[in-house]
Design a binder for this molecule. Structure first.
Ligand code: ZN
Length: 224
């Protein structure tokens, strides 16, 4: 059932792994509400999901395969470089901190956003820019090349960190939501289907936006 759903809804991004860091940092600094952490760890991908349809960042999907390793992230310096990406997260952090009247939010936002880049370097092929300017060094350890291993490592990381930081019903709900979303994403790690159900880069970006928003709303309600 879940694997069937994945044929239409693969996210082709690191997903639940980022949210594990949100739970961990929330445990360390509970003065900041959980939804801020959930949005902040997703921030680079949320920004990316807007910049792709805007034509500012560029990604190309493979029509003949759903696999993550065949997605080509040609250009995403604003959302996914360590330096420039964190300049935007610093600005977003200042805005959210002002709205919530809590200066700790600035630190939280940048830490969460930086954690996104660090986790992405584990799975991405050599496409993550460091500074975000032309001629930049690009890095990535490429765990996505081994889809089965990447699938297991990401969910194991999520379950371990969640179990370490949550307990009772919040933990149970976190494990259920994480398991469902990771299961839906299985096709992009394991390649069950011969064709790619996502037909364009804009659809790919839209699915990412939908996925991160849905997880953030569910976790804000159920895990908090
Ligand atoms: Zn990302």
């Amino acid at each position: 059932m879940l694997l069937g759903a994945s044929f239409g809804l693969t996210l082709k991004l690191m997903f639940v792994g980022h949210f594990a860091i949100a739970f961990l940092l929330w445990r360390v600094f509970p003065q900041v509400p959980l939804p801020v952490y959930l949005v902040a760890v997703s921030f680079p991908d949320l920004l990316w999901s807007v910049l792709v349809p805007a034509g500012i960042e560029k990604v190309t999907i493979n029509p003949d395969s759903p696999l993550q390793k065949l997605v080509v992230f040609e250009r995403f310096p604003y959302s996914h470089s360590l330096l420039l990406g964190n300049v935007w997260s610093l600005i977003a952090g200042f805005i959210v901190a002002g709205l919530l009247n809590n200066t700790l939010v600035i630190l939280v936002f940048v830490a969460c956003s930086a954690s996104h880049w660090i986790l992405d370097t584990v799975v991405h092929l050599k496409d993550l820019p460091v500074l975000g300017f032309d001629g930049d060094t690009k890095i990535g350890l490429g765990l996505w090349r081994r889809g089965g291993v990447a699938f297991v490592v990401e969910i194991a990381f999520y379950v371990t960190v969640s179990a370490f930081t949550l307990s009772g019903f919040p933990l149970l709900y976190a494990l259920i939501i994480g398991g469902v979303f990771h299961g839906v994403n299985a096709n992009s790690f394991l390649g069950f289907s011969k064709k790619n159900s996502v037909k364009s880069s804009n659809a790919y970006a839209g699915l990412a936006l939908l996925g991160f928003t849905a997880f953030t709303i569910l976790a804000s309600v159920l895990v908090d």
